[in-house]
Write a protein that binds this ligand. Structure first.
Ligand code: NAD
Ligand code: AKB
Length: 331
């Protein structure tokens, strides 16, 4: 056997070998907190990944297309030209920004999602991912271990748009046959990008301030508990859901997915264990009221039963990893 053939056989029969999958993937809102990391993860698994955003990236980005999700004809054209088979639709306005500009949040989140779903139905795309949020819950939702199916009475416009989006996902699955899947992400914490204007952003900012100034002023009150998730868990949940066989998906609105849950007081204590000089004070603002209307923890047994969801990070492991990675970046 010649060396070339030997190497090909070695790679193909290696236990870690995974062939690149034949999908062409568009990611809207790809320049945001999740998109940046999801595009990286998708690109390791698929050859054709097209990050799109209304904003131009600030570094060279392979296959980038500038795209406003409210411009339906342009999105249709891009999906046809690139022979897109799956869309990960991440473009959105988050909760805190949405309260400051409710009409923009409604336009982008609601109409943008409808545009994606309608194109998916017309062009018979293989799969669509439309994330939701813990923001679909409200003050009358049971706050501890919030069930999958329960009262959803959001008080933010962001939550209203996400709840409407969930119901449209059900409609497009039932009436138009779109294989649309969704997660109700909790607050996401990562070291690669800053969050984009949500209520849970404090849980990322605190790490940056701890390393730069040994101090953080929290806009969330000390004992307000929210469900959160470390980004590697969120990316894994997204890929696991999207790659699960269709018959395993029993929920087409959106799956609860839990990671960790903590208060600012608990998070700051965990940071202080690693950085003993760190201290925190509190100046709660309107975002604390939003946080209080959201669950403090989630029941994600449907995701666990249907497609095997299990988080890998607890608070201590996440804090250590965040500090390690951010320290390395600062150096
Ligand atoms: P982000 O704010 O960081 O990024 C959103 C991106 O959308 C931005 O890059 C922005 O430029 C882009 N965008 C805004 N308007 C657009 C438009 N008209 N057309 C195209 N692009 C547009 O948001 P994220 O945190 O990455 O969130 C992604 C998705 O996940 C959203 O649907 C959000 O609701 C959901 N989610 C996020 C979290 C979280 O903690 N990050 C939690 C729950 C749900
Ligand atoms: C926000 O705080 O708006 C987001 C979310 C939980 O949807 N992080």
């Amino acid at each position: 056997m010649d060396l070339g053939l030997f190497l090909i056989c070695f790679v193909i029969f290696h236990p870690q070998f995974k062939p690149m999958k034949e999908e062409s993937i568009l990611v809207t809102g790809a320049g945001g907190q999740i998109g940046t990391e999801l595009v990286e993860a998708l690109s390791k698994r698929y050859e054709k990944v097209y990050p799109a955003d209304i904003r131009l990236p600030n570094h060279p980005t392979k296959n980038f297309i500038q795209l406003d999700v409210l411009d339906k004809p342009r999105m249709e054209e891009a999906i046809s030209d690139l022979k897109i088979s799956q869309v990960y639709h991440l473009a959105a306005i988050l909760s805190a920004k949405g309260e400051q500009n409710p009409m923009l949040a409604w336009e982008v989140n609601f109409k943008g999602t409808l545009n994606v779903l309608e194109i998916a139905a017309e062009k018979k795309l293989n799969r669509v991912f439309c994330p939701s949020s813990i923001a679909v819950f409200g003050p009358n939702t049971p706050s501890v271990n919030t069930p999958q199916h329960t009262i959803t009475d959001p008080t933010t416009i962001y939550g209203v748009t996400k709840l409407a989006g969930e119901r449209w996902c059900v409609h497009y699955f039932q009436k138009r046959g779109v294989d649309v899947r969704s997660l109700r992400y909790p607050g996401l914490i990562g070291y690669k990008t800053m969050p984009g204007g949500g209520t849970t952003d404090y849980a990322v900012e605190i790490f940056h301030e701890a390393l730069k100034n040994n101090h953080y002023t929290s806009y969330i009150a000390p004992d307000t508990r929210m469900p959160m998730m470390f980004m590697p868990d969120a990316i894994r949940a997204t890929l696991n859901l999207m790659e699960a066989p269709t018959e395993q998906i029993t929920i087409r609105s959106s799956y609860n997915v839990a990671g960790v849950n903590f208060t600012p007081r608990e998070l700051s204590a965990a940071i202080k264990k690693q950085l003993p000089d760190f201290n925190i004070d509190y100046q709660p603002d309107f975002r604390d009221l939003i946080a209080q209307s959201w669950p403090s923890s989630l029941d994600d047994s449907a995701a666990a039963n249907d497609w095997g969801w299990k988080p890998a990070y607890d608070l201590e492991k996440m804090v250590k990893e965040m500090l390690l990675q951010l320290q390395a970046k600062l150096v």
